[in-house]
Structures are given as C-alpha cells and as structure tokens.
Ligand binder design. Structure first.
Ligand SMILES: Cc1cc2nc3c(=O)[nH]c(=O)nc-3n(C[C@H](O)[C@H](O)[C@H](O)COP(=O)(O)O)c2cc1C
Length: 200
C-alpha cells in the first residue's frame, strides 16, 4: 500500500491581508522528500517556466545546472552541500546550481540586474514546481567556490544558489531538529516593505 504523505498547505498557516492567488501562500520550502525520482520531463517543465521570466534587455542571464538522482552527476552536486543540507537533500530527486551572467550578451558591458533577473527565473521555476505538487527548496548552504570549479562555471558568471526538488515526503523521516521547522513560515506586513514615496 502506498504511504500516505502529509500534504502541508501554506494556506492552512498563512493569512494574506490582501486578496491574492492561493499559489503565493501555498508555496513554501519543505525539506521532507521521499527519495523517489522525478522525470527529466518534469524538470524541463520547471525550466520552461523559468525560461519565460522577465530580464533587463531580455538578456536572460540565468543558467541552471542540474543533476537528477541516480545519474553520474548526482554525487558532484550532493558533495557541494553543507552537512545540514545534505541531511535532508539525500531524499531529493534533483539538485541544481543556479548561476547568473554578469554581462550583457549584446555589448559585453556589466548587467546591473543580472542577479535580480535570475531571481525572477528561479521564482517561476519554484512556482511551477509547486503547481506540479513537488517540493522546491532554495539553498545557500553549499560551497560556492567548489561549485564554480567542479561545474566549470566561467568567470563571467556568478554562482547564485542551489535548489533541491523532490516529491513531498513524511516530516517524521527528517532529523529531529528539522521536524520542528517543517511548517510554513510567516512574513513581515506589506507596510514594512512597501513605502509610498521615499524610504522609511
Ligand atoms: C536563496 C535561498 C537560500 C536558502 N538557503 C537555504 C539553505 O541553505 N538551507 C535551508 O534549509 N533552507 C534554505 N532556504 C529556505 C529559506 O529558509 C526559506 O525560503 C525561508 O525561510 C522562507 O520560507 P518558505 O520558503 O517556506 O516560505 C533558502 C532560500 C532561498 C531563497
């Protein structure tokens, strides 16, 4: 019999103050995953969503390097992570390193918003994954220098973050310290970051 996995929805914990699509509150970053594979096609659907993100001068500076579980690249990507992230990513189905091109393709000059643009692409990737019922979890807990070196990221590119993707799992299977944190988090009020006129 298949195991019944806990489906924790953001909307059961989060109350928006303004009317928005439930997608935004339902997206959160679980760590519990089953260890099952996802297909290359599923991953490509998420990359396809990232593809259509907006960027300054349509420069599309994002680059997504990936390893699927049970493939030869997996150990390289897994080996980049901190021990804490490895403790739950061992059940991920895909690991990605996101990099961003620092310059414009058309003139080679610095692209001021390259990280901002790549952040938009990662957000689309994550939301598409959530709509497909997958766990999508961003990470900065990994060795950036090692990622650059081992994955051959050119100097003109900045390593931004890693991502774990997987099928939702059972929180009880997480290390104890992480079980308590397996719940959608809260946010500042809109008034704390959106200011009419100048900075406050
Ligand atoms: C760029 C980035 C880096 C992150 N790094 C880590 C990490 O190394 N390990 C981890 O467990 N979570 C990491 N997180 C998850 C955040 O802690 C999480 O997104 C944040 O607490 C908000 O919670 P939510 O995504 O569940 O809404 C990261 C998230 C982002 C976007």
């Amino acid at each position: 019999m298949p195991r019944v996995l806990i489906d924790i929805k953001g909307q059961d914990f989060r109350r928006p103050d303004h009317e928005i699509s439930p997608l935004f509150v339902n997206r959160w970053s679980p760590r519990a995953m089953t260890g099952e594979e996802i297909s290359r096609d599923e991953l490509m659907r998420m990359c396809e969503a990232a593809r259509w993100a907006m960027s300054s001068m349509n420069n599309q500076p994002w680059r997504f390097l990936y390893a699927l579980r049970n493939t030869p690249h997996w150990d390289t990507f897994f080996g980049l992570l901190t021990p804490n992230n490895q403790s739950w990513c061992r059940n991920a189905a895909a690991l990605l390193v996101v990099a961003s091109k620092r310059t414009f393709d058309f003139n080679g000059k610095p692209a001021r918003t390259h990280s901002y643009d790549t952040g938009a692409a990662w957000c689309s990737f994550a939301l598409q994954g959530v709509m497909m019922g997958l766990v999508v979890h961003g990470m900065q807990g990994f060795n950036y220098d090692k990622a650059k070196e081992e994955l051959g990221v050119p100097d003109d590119y900045q390593v931004e973050a890693m991502i774990a993707v997987g099928r939702p799992g059972e929180p009880d299977d997480l290390p104890l310290a992480l079980q308590e944190r397996e719940v959608p988090s809260q946010r500042k009020k809109v008034g704390e970051f959106a200011f009419e006129g100048g900075f406050r």
